[in-house]
Design a protein around this ligand. Structure first.
Ligand SMILES: Cc1cc2nc3c(=O)[nH]c(=O)nc-3n(C[C@H](O)[C@H](O)[C@H](O)COP(=O)(O)O)c2cc1C
Length: 381
């Protein structure tokens, strides 16, 4: 696109050409390469730092800046009221004191399905989110916020928490603040806290997702937090879903799964293939991978957990429980059991494309729908 096709308030707020944000996806899916690709193409990449130490965050930001001079964001998961576990897996396991019946169930599942136990988290592939989930803690979130204030990205996004406590400091540092929510009550809380925009993700969203459908959530939140604007996430994979979100009241879209199936995304090819092959009933939403509800491709692990009579442990204990199973499952070629996080919108993804092509097609198609197609289907008077 030689010139911007249409703009929204999000473009002005962040200094970008198109109202498309790369949703943060940890671990290492929204990495410097993908972030830079989206920012270079006129959207804004948001670096996934939920599982990163302040030093790691600094290194990642350096890498982004080598690849692009355009605006980018940083996302961390705060302030989780989880206990302060260490980010070292074996130490986290000692501290967690996992219940014996859950451990026995997991071990039985692994033995029955020839899944090796591997607790070396350096063997994990990008996107293996139980690995990120067990690291989240209130304490880590506070350290990450201090790093963000220092690193001064264009926008800071908080996942799974309320950033109200840092909005004033962020604004003083010239950083915009956004918060991801899945229900209206939480949107009102963060809206009252002074965020610059609320990111409302409906139940179609991949990864941690709520129960409320986007067609209900996005207009409800738009009204509830007005004049604070809303960015909509969950199921946006093309121009039609982007146009739909604008009609529901959003000023732009928070897009995750579509960018997993991009050339610049560093997840293994089998992960991208599963998204391209997904139908609208391929994903499920439950607590079996992290202890909080996540949407992912349905797996044998899900089915057997459902039938087990066990309750999922809270976050981070459930993530600690499944981590060695998910790493081993990928090695055994049991990819679904490794936790393939993606949204229902995967059903609408048919090929892996460069990030710039995804953005170009999304904007051109949304422009066509908004300016030419809709007027042929709607008449007045
Ligand atoms: C693999 C994966 C990892 C994710 N990790 C994070 C994360 O670290 N922080 C966050 O705010 N949201 C995370 N999410 C949720 C996304 O940011 C976003 O809300 C979701 O992908 C939007 O729905 P969509 O996948 O239908 O586009 C993750 C989603 C996926 C698929």
């Amino acid at each position: 696109m030689s010139k911007p096709v249409f703009r929204t308030k999000l473009c002005d707020m962040l200094g970008i050409d198109y109202p498309i944000m790369l949703a943060a996806m940890a671990p290492d899916v929204s990495d410097p390469r993908l972030v830079a690709a989206v920012s270079e193409a006129g959207g804004i990449g948001v670096l996934a730092c939920a599982d990163k130490s302040p030093d790691e965050m600094r290194d990642l930001v350096k890498e982004v800046k080598k690849l692009t001079g355009k605006p980018f964001g940083i996302d961390v998961g705060l302030p989780i009221k989880a206990k302060n576990f260490t980010t070292d897996y074996r130490r986290a396991l000692e501290l967690a004191n996992l219940p014996a019946d859950h451990v026995a169930f997991r071990d039985g599942f692994m033995a029955d399905n020839n899944i090796p136990y591997d607790d070396d988290t350096s063997h994990a592939t990008p996107g293996m989110s139980s690995i990120a989930a067990y690291k989240l803690s209130y304490e880590l979130g506070q350290q990450q916020v201090r790093a963000v204030l220092d690193l001064k990205p264009t926008v800071f996004v908080s996942a799974l928490g309320d950033p109200s406590f840092m909005v004033k400091d962020a604004h003083a540092a010239g950083i915009r603040v956004m918060s991801v929510i899945g229900k209206t009550k939480d949107a009102i809380r963060v809206g009252n806290g002074g965020v610059d925009a609320v990111i409302a993700t409906g139940t179609a969203a991949g990864g941690h997702s709520g129960a409320v459908d986007g067609t209900v959530l996005v207009p409800a939140v738009s009204e509830a937090v007005a004049p604070t604007p809303v960015v909509a996430g969950g199921g946006v994979t093309n121009g039609r879903s982007l146009a739909g979100m604008l009609a529901l009241g959003a000023i732009g879209a928070w897009v995750g799964s579509r960018f997993i199936a991009s050339e610049e995304c560093s997840v293994p090819d089998w992960y991208k293939d599963k998204l391209v092959g997904a139908t609208d009933t391929s994903t499920v939403r439950n607590r079996w991978f992290t202890g909080k509800t996540t949407r992912h491709i349905g797996s044998e692990w899900d089915r057997q957990c459902d039938a087990s009579g066990l309750e999922a442990l809270p976050m981070p204990e459930q993530g600690i429980l499944v981590t060695p199973m998910t790493i081993g499952a990928a090695q055994a070629g049991r990819y679904e059991d490794s936790g393939i996080y993606c949204g229902q919108g995967a059903a609408r993804i048919t090929e892996v494309l460069p990030a710039a092509t995804i953005i170009k097609e999304m904007i051109e198609s949304a422009t066509e729908i908004l300016s030419r197609e809709l007027p042929t289907r709607v008449s007045f008077g």
